[in-house]
Design a protein around this ligand. Sequence first.
Ligand code: B12
Ligand code: SF4
Length: 485
Amino acid sequence: MRLFLVMPTGLRAGYEKFFWTSPLGIETLAAHARDHAEVTLVDTRGRRGGVEAHAAWLAAQGPDMIGVTVNSAPHTKYSVALARAVKRLDDGIRVILGGQQATFLADELLATGGVDAVVRGEGEFTLEEIVRTGGFAGVAGVSWRDGGRIRHEADRPLIDDLDTVRMPARDLLADRSGYRVGAYRVEGLETSRGCPHRCSFCSVRNFHRGRWRPKSVGRVMAEVDDLMERYGDRMVIYFADDSFATDMRRVEQLCRAIVERRSNAYFWCQARGDALVAHPEVVAWMGKARFAAVLMGIETPIPRLMAEARKGASIKQIMDAVDLLHAHDIGVWGTFVLGLPGETPEETAASAAFIPTAGADVVQITVATPIPGSELYDRAKADGLLTAHDWDAFDFGSPTMLGQLPKPAMDALLHRAYLKTYMSGRFFRSLLSRRTNLNRLRRTAFRVFGRWIWYLAIEGAVGLLKRPFARRPAAALPSLRTEKA
Ligand code: B12
Ligand code: SF4
């Protein structure tokens, strides 16, 4: 069987405007499928041409099956269009989709006509079984079109021991020149899956059925060593885990093992502030292990909204985590959310005004977006609050629910917050001062983030010039509270 696994281009939303990491999902899937199929990996990000051109190229390669990742809302339209275009060219090619977004939209995606099957949840062993048996019937974890009917096979149990997942087949994607930020190569590496928390705007809990599962320290280090052997150690290794700091004893063991390597690599991860402040001694080890930055959800300064979103951490814990990371020369990549359910226009403005003062070195602002698989999506759908019905509108920078500020007002707040962050005296001092606790950031992570930072600053400036000084947000659509009252 000739199998092509595709990372979609889709809409360049959020971070993907500035950089992207290696497509770990399809590389891991390929490692499992390659025993039974001739596998080719295709990363369409950065490829010339649009969806029709990509489909024509794919169909011309003579594949038996094409598998496409639909991990996020902005991947959806492109992936469906690709599937349909491939089918128009050759109806005999079977097209399957998988990933976070696909898992929760199986019926909708199968109803588009171009898609033969959707793999729900983790894909390694499901895909392995599909390529081994050549069909979908009875394969756990698959939803598929059986003539005119849509059939949902039983769920596949979660993989208990993640060490049984094969090492990503990085050799199948030789051109890795696109996986860079500034001067550094960026490679993804998964050390765990899932998260024990249940933030209302997140789909991870449902995708991993509320479980957090780690790989062993030995296995993670084998992957780290493999990366360095292949590409040298001048790189950033991005731990792609949803919640890296869930077991801080394990984080310490990993850091100790990394320190023993004495390499020049830097590390990024995603972690919760409350987990970090509970173990300052482990954060010290992270500093020694050259963690250049931690992506941390700072979200909103308004405690009521934090509680309603079931974040399960206080703003004090998160602010303490910012200081703690800085004390160990680790940069803070803060993510913030505007437009949470029940947020008044005044609160949206107050949240936006807080962002430049929060002490984050890199700032990412997201408009609360109801993604399939999240409680927010289920509630918005059930209560008829969705204002967007085109998946491209779910770009994480636009309002999609009743109660959120209209786009121009939201944009004005966002741009102002970006500009104030990156044009502040504090930010420039942190770059110039030799004694600042952001020394490491100045020396290293800044070069890593450089292009992105200036892009955001310019985006902020241009945005403000276009819509100067919107001092008060324009009238909001009715808030969820008002709606429900
Ligand atoms: C790395 C990453 C990125 C990278 C690049 C993504 C990439 N894959 O190269 C960057 C930084 C660019 C990025 C950007 C964004 N991301 Co992102 N990202 C991730 C992250 C942390 C890791 C992805 C990964 O490598 N996972 C490890 C691999 C092994 O798992 P996987 O990719 O899920 O694949 C498995 C299954 O899903 C399935 N599968 C996947 N594809 C396929 C295909 C087939 C055919 C089959 C059979 C199975 C299958 O099998 C695989 C093996 O088990 C995930 C969270 C996560 N932990 O997965 C979020 C995640 C995918 N991102 C998310 C979001 C929201 C974003 C941004 C909007 C963030 C922002 N505000 O800027 C942007 C949007 C970009 C875009 N245009 O869509 C959400 C998507 C939610 C949604 N439904 O929309 C996620 C799920 C995180 C979250 N819970 O919020 N992201
Ligand atoms: S947002 Fe982060 S902490 Fe909250 S449930 Fe999702 S992965 Fe866990």
